[in-house]
Design a protein around this ligand. Structure first.
Ligand SMILES: [Zn+2]
Ligand SMILES: [Zn+2]
Length: 126
């Protein structure tokens, strides 16, 4: 029979893994980056490698920071979740996070009235 202390340690580790997984989910999905993989890796790691789990988790976070798509984060104009600035469509709510210039077809920030590339005012409304 497993000791109570062992169970508590496992629960705590699972809790930490869950939190990291949840944060990976929000961040990776907002960057449109393999979020299904990153969400479950911390939990799988704790279950399959309980002893090295915590160290592996720290390494995992560092690896994630190095591998994730870099860029500034902006808020989706519809669902307010943080998404990476260069995405046309919000990965959370699937709505357009940018408008499109009808003249040069470049993405235009949602709140802009005018294309920042060619100064045209002909931009999509949604
Ligand atoms: Zn959204
Ligand atoms: Zn333009």
């Amino acid at each position: 029979m497993p000791k109570i202390a062992d169970i508590i340690v496992l629960v705590v580790k699972l809790g930490i893994a869950g939190l990291i997984g949840f944060w990976f989910y929000l961040d990776a999905r907002g960057r449109d980056y393999a979020w299904m993989f990153w969400t479950f890796v911390p939990i799988i790691l704790v279950i399959t490698a309980p002893v090295v789990g915590v160290v592996a988790m720290i390494v995992l976070v560092i690896v994630y920071f190095m591998m994730r798509p870099q860029g500034t984060m902006a808020k989706c104009p519809h669902c307010n979740k943080k998404i990476i600035d260069n995405l046309f469509m919000c990965p959370f709510c699937q709505k357009n996070a940018k408008k499109e210039c009808l003249v040069c077809h470049e993405p235009v920030p949602w709140e802009a009235e005018q294309c920042p590339h060619c100064k045209s005012r002909a931009i999509t409304k949604s």
